[in-house]
Structures are given as structure tokens and as C-alpha cells.
Design a protein. Structure first.
Lengths: 114, 113
């Protein structure tokens, strides 16, 4: 079975840093994705980790520890536009021909206050 | 370019209607997906097409019928839906190999009366 946990909601101040944790227990692991989703809009890809360590991309960084089944997304220098839901998704396997299957966590709503 | 387009943006239909949702990508992606998303919930996978063939059906009721006419297009045919089927329907595509990131379209907001 698949179990992916994230906090439901977090609040932070503009300019600050927020860390969103994601823990997972899945039958297989073949990569972890983070997506951002503004209300009523489509998820947009933020980052991808398949090996242990930190991936940095501008104000966003993502970390993975496969042995601990743990990832986090770090958002620095928060801006008001960062208010959104952040979805952690685990890929457990690829599909024989093409494509893959993602299982999403429940998402973390981040509210950035002035 | 990572654009996936979906039409219509909004759809209201009665329980006896037949309608279709359309999705298009021109990135040469070989895998395409349909997801259903209810408010404040994560996307739930419905179907996966690989090289225009149905690879995964997540036990979706037969009132939802997917179709992949060619490598760029994906349709979702709707018939005899229930009010609880009201949701945001998202289409996604991916290259089909390597990192295989899924890129999502803007979605169709469906309301079943």
C-alpha cells in the first residue's frame, strides 16, 4: 500500500523560510516530486529527487532521505504569491511501455502573511 | 514548452447528458493521464495511456470512457454521471522515460446537476 503524509496547513511571514515535510511508506520507490497548486489551478512541477541529498532551484530546495522515507521542500524569501498548496508525490514504478504512476500526499496549504 | 491544453474550462451537465472533455499536448510525450480532483484533496489517478494504449484503469466506473485518438490527443467521454462526479478533471502528459515528469493541463471544472 501507499501512505504519504504531509502537514495540512502552515502559515509563515513574507520574507521568511518555510519547510514542508513529507514522509512516505510505499511498496516501491522510483522518485519523489513536489508540485505547487494555486486554488482552482493545475499543479505545476517544482522539483524532483531520486537520490539522497539536496536539490536547489532558486528560492526552492528539496531534500530526500530514502532510508528514512522522508523529504522536505524548503521555500526561502517567501513572497505573497507563494501562498498555495504544495503536493508531495511518490513514483513507485514505471509503466512497461511508457509513463509512470504517481501517488500524491494530501497536500500542504501554505499561507504567507504580510 | 510544457503546455497541456484542456477544453472546456467549465462544464455543467445533467445526469442524462453525454459530454466529452478534451486534452491536447504537442511535446511529443508518449504517456497521457486523466486525474480527478475534489476540493482540498490531491489529484486521484483515473487512467493512463502509454503509446496510445490504455495501460492503467484505476477501477473507474464505466460512465467515464477514455479515448486516445492519436499521440497528441486524449478525450474523456462522460455519460450518465452522478452529482458526486462533480470535480476538477486534470489531464497530464509525460515523456514516458527518464525522469518522466508529469505536466498538467489547467483542468476542466465539471458540475453535474
Amino acid at each position: 500500500g501507499q501512505n504519504i503524509d504531509q502537514p495540512t496547513e502552515m502559515t509563515a511571514t513574507e520574507g521568511a523560510i518555510v519547510q514542508i515535510n513529507c514522509t512516505y511508506q510505499t511498496s516501491g520507490f522510483n522518485g519523489l516530486f513536489w508540485y505547487q497548486q494555486h486554488a482552482g489551478e493545475a499543479p505545476t512541477f517544482l522539483s524532483y529527487n531520486v537520490l539522497d541529498g539536496l536539490e536547489e532551484k532558486g528560492r526552492f530546495s528539496s531534500f530526500l532521505s530514502r532510508s528514512k522515507g522522508y523529504s522536505y521542500l524548503l521555500l526561502k524569501e517567501l513572497q505573497m504569491k507563494d501562498s498555495a498548496s504544495y503536493l508531495c508525490a511518490v513514483r513507485d514504478h514505471g509503466i512497461k511501455a511508457a509513463g509512470n504512476k504517481l501517488t500524491f500526499g494530501g497536500g500542504t496549504r501554505v499561507l504567507v502573511k504580510p | 514548452d510544457t503546455e497541456v491544453t484542456q477544453t472546456p474550462k467549465h462544464l455543467v451537465m445533467g445526469m442524462t447528458n453525454k459530454k466529452s472533455l478534451k486534452c491536447e499536448q504537442h511535446m511529443g510525450h508518449r504517456a497521457m493521464y486523466w486525474y480527478k480532483q475534489k476540493a482540498k484533496k490531491p489529484p486521484e489517478l483515473m487512467f493512463v495511456y502509454s503509446y496510445e494504449k490504455l495501460s492503467i484503469n484505476e477501477s473507474v466506473p464505466s460512465r467515464f470512457s477514455p479515448e486516445c485518438p492519436n499521440s497528441s490527443l486524449l478525450n474523456l467521454h462522460l455519460h450518465a454521471l452522478q452529482p458526486e462526479d462533480s470535480a476538477l478533471y486534470l489531464c497530464a502528459s509525460s515523456q514516458g522515460e527518464g525522469r518522466d515528469t508529469q505536466y498538467f493541463g489547467p483542468g476542466t471544472r465539471l458540475t453535474v446537476l
